[in-house]
Design a protein around this ligand. Structure first.
Ligand code: UD1
Length: 416
């Protein structure tokens, strides 16, 4: 299994370009099932989750060409309505094909995703929404089957904000009969990007980016070309890297409107931020000031930046609190950070971080995608060598992360 080796205490400098958003690319690729016409997606990040979604499209009968960062998809001959367990178990976002298949073919079968390391990750809201639109849901032999004679628009009010359920219901509603209104919808930039893509195909979606989304069903969709929005979590990760290494890094294509809360928190921690057009420069500090966070749905502080923030705060000049309100088990990076010299204690969904003056390199293990990012950041700051294993988690969601850090001057390499 590949590992990443980092020699810490090197100043970073220069600029980095952010890849397309994983969490936008995944539902957008799945949603191409809704049209028989060709879709051309550009700025698609080449990372493992995207490759799995591409495989899933081929499994249901779609035809794809993935060259560089452009993905062409033709879903003329979908013949299979089943997402098999061997793909779903590697990537929970496989459940997105359910909304798309149900939307176009009125039937879908998806393996039950099961638990995952950061929490229970239920999909009850997705299924309740499909049922409310007229689908019959059964669960047998580890598979969820959804079938409908026709799907009808309806009002769906989520009692919890869910990115996945919002995306899945949008997909099911686009070709449904009549009007669907989703209240308490997720406002994340990836939901807005999905809606923009579907509208280019001819869908009628309004209100995306807000808590109430309206979808008016249309009979069919056409093809289009669409550029995936930049990944604001990747941008946030590089911003935190500047913060933790006391370096100056410029992000060439920062999605400024999506990272306001991250900018605000980094400034609270004492980092200097400069915006010039779409460029964003972050200058870190030797000891960040303590800046507590609580994870919230967008536009709140993203749970997908919590682990990276924990790494940054581990070096702060005082104590800070990290409250995780989205995923109940998302503190798996803390024991690893503590093995590198951090002083963080966890009680329930709260971590209390007592800042330390320095970290020391150690062998550490990645438990999930963003935990992996936090360990890379800690390794960049630590004295000595950090050997990071189980980096397949990182490869799920970052495109060539070690190459990007190497270009910024980090001593980092991947070993087989
Ligand atoms: C997506 C992101 C993930 C991010 C998360 C929260 C993708 C591919 N993944 O995951 O990176 O961490 O949003 O921003 O975009 N919930 C229910 N019932 C449901 C669905 C969710 O109770 O049917 C709860 C979950 O337990 C969780 C919260 O809602 O507490 C948010 O989950 P959700 O937004 O659905 O996360 P994902 O879409 O799986």
């Amino acid at each position: 299994m590949d590992k990443i080796i980092v020699e810490g205490r090197n100043k970073l400098s220069g600029s980095v370009s952010i890849s397309g958003s994983k969490n936008a690319a995944l539902p957008i690729i799945a949603s191409t099932i809704l049209t028989a016409k060709e879709c051309a997606l550009t700025n698609v990040p080449r990372l493992n989750d995207v490759l799995v979604m591409n495989k899933l499209i081929k499994t249901v009968g779609g035809d794809t060409d993935f060259t560089g960062n452009t993905l062409y998809i033709r879903n003329k001959n979908i013949t299979n309505f089943k997402a098999p367990y061997d793909l779903v178990k590697t990537m929970r976002a496989s459940v997105y094909v359910m909304g798309a298949l149900l939307g176009r073919y009125r039937q879908a079968e998806v393996a039950l995703p099961g638990g995952c390391v950061i929490g229970e990750r239920p999909i009850n809201l997705h299924l309740q929404g499909f049922e409310k639109m007229g689908a019959k849901i059964t669960i047998e032999h580890g598979y969820i089957k959804a079938k409908a004679k026709k799907l009808k628009g309806t009002e769906i009010n989520f009692d919890v904000v869910s990115v996945g359920a919002t995306a899945n219901i949008i997909m099911a509603a686009v070709l449904a009969e009549g009007r669907t209104v989703i209240s308490n919808a997720a406002c994340e930039p990836h939901i807005a990007d999905l809606a923009r893509f579907l509208n280019k195909l001819g869908a009628k979606i309004t209100g995306y980016g807000s808590k109430e989304i309206e979808i008016r069903g249309v009979p069919e969709l056409k093809g289009c070309k669409h550029e995936i929005t930049p990944d604001y979590i990747e941008a946030g990760t590089f911003m935190a890297a500047a913060g933790i290494t006391n370096s100056k890094i410029t992000i060439n294509n920062a999605p400024l409107e999506h990272i306001e809360i991250i900018i605000q928190k980094l400034e609270e921690a004492g980092c200097k931020i400069k915006k010039t057009g779409t460029k964003l420069t972050v200058q870190g500090v030797e000891r960040p000031k303590p800046a507590s966070i609580e994870t919230r749905p967008y536009p709140g502080f993203p749970t997908d930046m919590q682990a990276q923030w924990s790494a940054l705060m581990s070096l702060s000049s005082g104590a800070s609190i990290i409250n995780e309100t989205i995923w109940e088990k998302r503190f798996m990076h803390i024991p690893e950070l503590n093995r590198m010299g951090a002083n963080i204690s966890v009680k329930g969904n709260t971590a209390v971080v007592e800042g330390v003056a320095g970290l020391s390199g150690a062998p550490v293990m990645v438990s999930d995608l963003r935990a992996g990012a936090s360990l890379v950041l800690a390794g960049l700051r630590a004295r000595g060598t950090t050997e990071i294993s189980r980096i397949y988690h990182l490869d799920r969601g970052y495109e060539r992360i070690e190459k990007k850090f190497e270009m910024l001057g980090a001593k980092i390499k991947r070993v087989k």
